[in-house]
Ligand binder design. Structure first.
Ligand code: DX5
Ligand code: ZN
Length: 218
């Protein structure tokens, strides 16, 4: 399995102190920062876009921004996110009719490409061609749109299926991941862990990050 990567979701951070919050997480052992971009259309909320990400990239040198694009037109934002310093562009399979072209466009902008599936989308929607071309596959373990929701363990068989079909790919879980639910994620084969509430809401984020990492590496 690829290496363990822990990506705190800034959705649970103090947005008024975003760069400081990102720096704090890196100090506490975060590998990536998970940036939830919502357009108020694909999901009901609006969060941030390329101008904010650009400020973060400038303020936090070396940051790896894992951009989770919860947007209706993922083709539209590739250039702006790349120019803002995004390193990974993860779009929702439900939001595009041509995932293959989109992955190629993302690669053309020198970003890694991720493909996300919401709870009601089966893992078989990720065809062999899509999975082999993508760098990362994201299995949502809550309905996209907001933090602090309950983990849906019925999504885990999709992680197992994708790990079996794509042994060398990064497989990310996002939503409701805590020190209690990480064990089942690791067992199913996920190696990239996103957590908002569990990390930012903790008095000891370093300990939570270390727990996540050691559980994946077990
Ligand atoms: C949900 C977002 C998640 C969210 C996770 O739409 O994609 O990244 O921030 O938050 P928690 O860990 O609190 O469920
Ligand atoms: Zn997310």
């Amino acid at each position: 399995m690829p290496r363990a990567i822990i990506a705190p979701s800034v959705l649970a951070s103090d947005f008024g102190q975003l760069t400081a919050e990102c720096k704090r997480m890196i100090k506490n052992g975060a590998d990536w920062l998970h940036m939830d971009v919502m357009d108020g259309h694909f999901v009901p909320n609006i969060t941030m876009g390329a101008p904010v990400l650009e400020c973060v990239a400038r303020g936090v040198p070396g940051i790896f921004m894992d951009c989770h694009m919860m947007v209706s037109k993922p083709e539209q934002w590739v250039d702006a996110i790349a120019d803002a310093g995004g390193k990974l562009y993860c779009f929702h399979l439900e939001a595009t009719s041509d995932a293959i072209s989109l992955i190629k466009t993302i690669h053309g902008k020198n970003m890694k490409a991720g493909v996300a599936i919401s709870p009601d989308t089966p893992s078989t929607a990720i065809t062999d061609e899509i999975g082999n071309l993508a760098d990362m596959l994201l299995v949502m373990t809550v309905y996209p749109g907001r933090g602090g929701q309950k983990f849906l363990d019925r999504c885990l068989p999709k992680v197992s299926d994708l790990r079996e079909r794509f042994p060398d790919k990064d497989i990310e879980v996002d939503g409701g991941v805590t020190p209690k639910t990480i064990g089942t994620c690791a067992e199913a084969g996920s190696n990239v862990v996103v957590a908002g509430t569990a990390i930012f809401g903790s008095e000891d984020p370093e300990n939570v990050i270390t727990t996540f990492k050691s559980t994946i590496n077990q």
